[in-house]
Write a protein that binds this ligand. Structure first.
Ligand SMILES: Cc1cc2nc3c(=O)[nH]c(=O)nc-3n(C[C@H](O)[C@H](O)[C@H](O)COP(=O)(O)O)c2cc1C
Length: 215
């Protein structure tokens, strides 16, 4: 009787041990399967990131030429830059158009003189300018009293140009661009400002400048 009990116990131990072995082997296999799947998934994610990076570095930068022009000189230069870069040409249109008397710099009470004397003046823009898709923006304006017209600051205040490259250009009767660009650099620090240039309205001058830029 005792011998029978011992034999039954041994058989039971063999059955339990066998079951445990089979479970261990099968669970190990499924772990391997999951691990392999994870590896495959990671590989495909990495591939996608690499592809995205490839697209980012190889694609051309998207360019806009955004300008304000009261009497047409800056508009002309902006048109040349458009031809040279194939960028999108966008005009900053004032809600209240500047009349000849508004532009009279001999009158200390003309609209343009009053605006330039008021650092908080932000003349309204009538059109909506969506800059979100552009990497590089040429920003053009005439010099008024040594500076950019206040409507340019309206544009900068209203736009999110963080991290974008902005290249100022201006036309003038002789004054340079540096005062306006220094103001931009000090007051809109999240923009990547290039130094910019005062341009005449000769196409060859504009071409030489644009072709020499590196962005
Ligand atoms: C109100 C006003 C102020 C100006 N101030 C200056 C100035 O300080 N220095 C300068 O060289 N030219 C000055 N100019 C001349 C313009 O900068 C120049 O004519 C410019 O090319 C005009 O550009 P636009 O035709 O695109 O408006 C001024 C013109 C106006 C109307």
């Amino acid at each position: 009787m005792k011998t029978k009990k011992i034999i039954a116990l041994i058989i039971a131990i063999i059955i339990i041990a066998g079951g445990i072995s089979i479970w261990l082997i099968s669970s190990n296999k499924s772990n391997n399967f999951n691990t392999n799947n994870n590896l495959n998934l990671n590989a495909s994610i990495n591939e996608n990131v690499a592809n995205t990076e490839d697209i980012g570095t190889s694609s051309r930068k998207k360019i806009a030429i955004i300008y304000f022009s009261a009497t047409g000189n800056t508009k002309k230069v902006a048109g040349y830059i458009k031809e040279l870069t194939a960028g999108d040409l966008i005009e900053i249109v004032p809600k209240d158009k500047y009349t000849d008397s508004d532009l009279n710099y001999n009158n200390s009470n003309s609209r343009s003189t009053r605006e330039q004397n008021d650092s908080s003046a932000r003349p309204e823009i009538s059109n909506t300018i969506d800059t979100s898709s552009y990497d590089v923006i040429y920003l053009g304006y005439p010099i008024w009293w040594g500076d950019a017209p206040r409507i340019i600051l309206t544009f900068l205040d209203d736009s999110n140009l963080s991290g974008k490259t902005v290249i100022p250009f201006c036309t003038s009767g002789g004054s340079g661009i540096d005062a306006s660009v220094n103001y931009f650099k000090n007051n809109y620090k999240n923009i990547n400002w290039l130094d910019g240039k005062r341009l005449g309205t000769s196409q060859s001058e504009v071409k030489a400048w644009v072709n020499g830029l590196n962005y």
